[in-house]
Design a protein around this ligand. Sequence first.
Ligand SMILES: C[S@@+](CC[C@H](N)C(=O)[O-])C[C@H]1O[C@@H](n2cnc3c(N)ncnc32)[C@H](O)[C@@H]1O
Length: 196
Amino acid sequence: MKPFSESCVQNQAVILKQLKLLCPHPANILEIGSGTGQHAVYFSKKMPHLEWYTSDRPENHPAIKLWLDEAQLSNLHYPFELDVKKSNWPELAIDIIFSANTAHIMSKAEVEAFFSRVGSQLQKEGLFILYGPFNYNGQYTAESNARFDLWLKQQNPDSEIKDFEFLNSLAKQSGLEFSQQIDMPANNKILCWKKK
Ligand SMILES: C[S@@+](CC[C@H](N)C(=O)[O-])C[C@H]1O[C@@H](n2cnc3c(N)ncnc32)[C@H](O)[C@@H]1O
């Protein structure tokens, strides 16, 4: 049976609304940490002008493949085996990198590797779109995020909500320029960087 993520159902329509504005033209989009594959199916169906490339660590591939096999969308592609810590990123001309709810799961070292790689993989003018909860100057934006962060750290001491300032300094080192922040429901944000 296909695994199911309730949070994907809750956030997919609001994320789609922003992705349509951010990605209006035909493009190759690589998703990092596709999870169940639900987002990939939903977004690629609603945005057929995008070639949507899924990826994740191998343990999530059976789930992603079940979702993709059922959807049968010609612009949606089987997952690449991709752990941000490793160097085997796909040899693809990538215009956009999208990732949802991954930075707070990853350790700081993984996020450093993630941003470094995004900078080298993206084409000039390429866009990096990161969705999730973020802190600003070490402060939570909401009490619910503080509770979520505590829960995250109980699951894995390396997981935590990351500071925007930390992410943006990694982005700068990687040749990415901050372009915009979009406030999203449930105290989440979309952060966008552009490859210079
Ligand atoms: C909370 S899930 C989010 C899944 C999906 N993007 C969503 O929004 O429902 C976090 C995802 O990050 C992936 N992830 C965690 N560490 C990773 C790493 N080092 N490299 C690549 N993906 C990683 C996990 O495998 C998982 O798919």
